[in-house]
Design a protein around this ligand. Sequence first.
Ligand SMILES: Nc1ncnc2c1ncn2[C@@H]1O[C@H](COP(=O)(O)OP(=O)(O)OP(=O)(O)O)[C@@H](O)[C@H]1O
Ligand SMILES: [Mg+2]
Length: 277
Amino acid sequence: MTESHTPLRSTCASSAISSRSTAPQPDPLVSVSGLAKSFGDHEVLRSIDFEVAPGSVTVLVGPSGSGKTTVLRSLNALEVADAGVVRIGDVEVDFAQRPLTRREVATLRAQSGMVFQSHHLFPHLTVLENVTAGPVLARRRDRSESEAEAHELLRLVGLDEKAGAYPYQLSGGQQQRVGIARALAIRPQLMLFDEPTSALDPELVGEVLVVMKDLAAQGWTMVVVTHEIRFAQQVADQVLFMDGGVVVERGTPDEVLTRPRTERARQFLHRILDPLD
Ligand SMILES: Nc1ncnc2c1ncn2[C@@H]1O[C@H](COP(=O)(O)OP(=O)(O)OP(=O)(O)O)[C@@H](O)[C@H]1O
Ligand SMILES: [Mg+2]
């Protein structure tokens, strides 16, 4: 895909920054500090801090219940954290300043596109209509312009020939790829993925990971929750290992996934790499 075919790529796409680079780092696109959330008396997030460089890929790993989804949902304002500051680009929300206005929530949400474990496509809309629904209905953008962009995005995920199909006519992997195109269609600065392949049959996982790798190569800034360790090793710039609502380890994939420092991370990786052991 050439430059001219990717009009929707992130504004920071060309920098393709790696956290391993020794060059001066640009300002982070995303800063999270002191993010905290409890459900009742269950402290689910306890002061999470991290930054995401523009054009980089951050992978969150950790055991079930460690708070990964809650972090992503807080970035997208689907969850209103109890405390902490989230900044994405120029948009900053201080969750401690209550109540958040609808406008603040909507503005933060508009900065990121989210892809969930299962696709949540509108069953009564075609693939093309699913991709244009966000821009046309929510953003009131021009329909023909949105359709042209939607075809572009469907080509990006390898599905333009399915533009007129309905979700039930697609495989799970194809539905997930439409979900990615739909998330891209709102022109987010940041893409969030919450275990996008974990509900798929094993033979369909690869086609979704390939699309995600392409997005990373094009310079999209991405935060990805996944148990696909090979993907993380190949694509991530930084890996955060979470447990019990805190970030226990952070570093390059090699540091966190190959040479973890903590016993907690070692045990977790051992369990997912060798489930029968
Ligand atoms: N709406 C909610 N109400 C009450 N408890 C919740 C709610 N959402 C999440 N939790 C709890 O918060 C904790 C963290 O959940 P979260 O979904 O963020 O974990 P996770 O790391 O994404 O886990 P998994 O790998 O299973 O998806 C869990 O104990 C979960 O039960
Ligand atoms: Mg989760």
